[in-house]
Design a binder for this molecule. Structure first.
Ligand code: SAM
Length: 273
């Protein structure tokens, strides 16, 4: 097919599409990284050029191309028991408040392969006993389809489990081949995974969450999208509920709907901005 876009024009079209549609912002300094990642997506799709891929992106049947670009452009690094201070706060301050709830509802927005989701489920089982998992719903969502598939499979390589204490490994993981471990069925039953784009608001949840984890993703977004996302999360969080970001992401500066507790931890205020 004839294409009127240059390679540079194709790259720029895709870069702008990523920001507009997925909130994923690549600053000029990360241009080479995006080029390398898009090159990978281009080869996996069997496209001859970025210009070709950019044109395919806007066709009505562009779903596969869009998914490949979304996956290629995202950084999926994650692991169990990430940022232990945050988890210590969750254990000490949040879990006691959830002890008497008929239902525990948590959301890991941008969960990648689900390590955070399973970590939270394990923490609930450890705090309240495995029975509590029956009244626990932890949703994990991510824009990338391949990571959601891996999260659903619940099988992880040892390198993602290095921070898991030995007794927890013993209770909730079973070896399934070379360096691979499967999460126990009782933990998996409390966890659900869906593909979802944080740029698409309002978020489709009927009942509010008590706590939302949106860690290590906001810093990939432009400032205006960070504001949109934390406000949209406030819409689906109960008043007084928690938002966990990474320690470098300051939610209080983004929206008056969140009150800072400490680095990376906020609570939803009464005020509707
Ligand atoms: C570095 S991982 C963070 C995983 C986990 N939250 C953690 O802290 O370990 C960032 C994830 O954000 C996802 N992501 C990027 N843009 C997104 C968007 N617009 N909507 C949903 N997920 C997105 C990526 O696919 C990636 O899996």
């Amino acid at each position: 097919m004839h294409t009127s876009l240059s390679e540079e024009g194709g790259f720029e079209t895709i870069r702008a599409w990523l920001e507009r549609t997925c909130a994923i912002h690549y600053p000029a300094a990360k241009r080479a990284l995006l080029q390398q990642r898009l090159g990978r997506a281009q080869r996996s799709l069997g496209m001859i050029s970025l210009a070709d891929m950019a044109q395919a992106l806007t066709r009505p049947d562009a779903r596969d191309v869009q998914l490949a670009i979304m996956h290629a452009a995202s950084t999926n690094h994650t692991y169990f028991y990430r940022e232990k201070d945050t988890l210590a706060y969750f254990r000490a301050e949040v879990l006691p408040m959830l002890a008497s709830r008929a239902e525990i509802r948590l959301w890991s927005a941008a969960c990648s392969t689900g390590d955070e989701v399973y970590t939270l489920a394990i923490m609930i089982a450890e705090a309240f006993g495995p029975e509590a998992l029956k009244r626990t719903h932890i949703l994990g969502t991510d824009i990338s389809a391949p990571v959601i598939e891996r999260a659903e499979a619940g099988v992880f390589p040892m390198r993602q489990l290095e921070q898991v204490p030995a007794d927890i490994m013993h209770r909730y993981m079973r070896p399934v081949g070379m360096d691979q471990f499967r999460i126990s069925d009782e933990i998996r039953a409390a966890c659900t995974f869906r593909r979802m784009n944080l740029k698409k608001a309002p978020y489709p949840f009927q009942r509010p969450f008590q706590a939302v984890f949106c860690r290590n993703v906001l810093y990939y977004f432009a400032h205006c999208d960070q504001i949109e996302v934390v406000n949209s999360i406030a819409d689906v969080t109960e008043t007084g509920g928690w938002l966990f970001t990474s320690v470098t992401e300051n939610v209080r500066e983004l929206s008056p709907r969140w009150q800072g507790v400490t680095s990376g931890i906020s609570r939803k205020s009464e005020r509707k901005a």
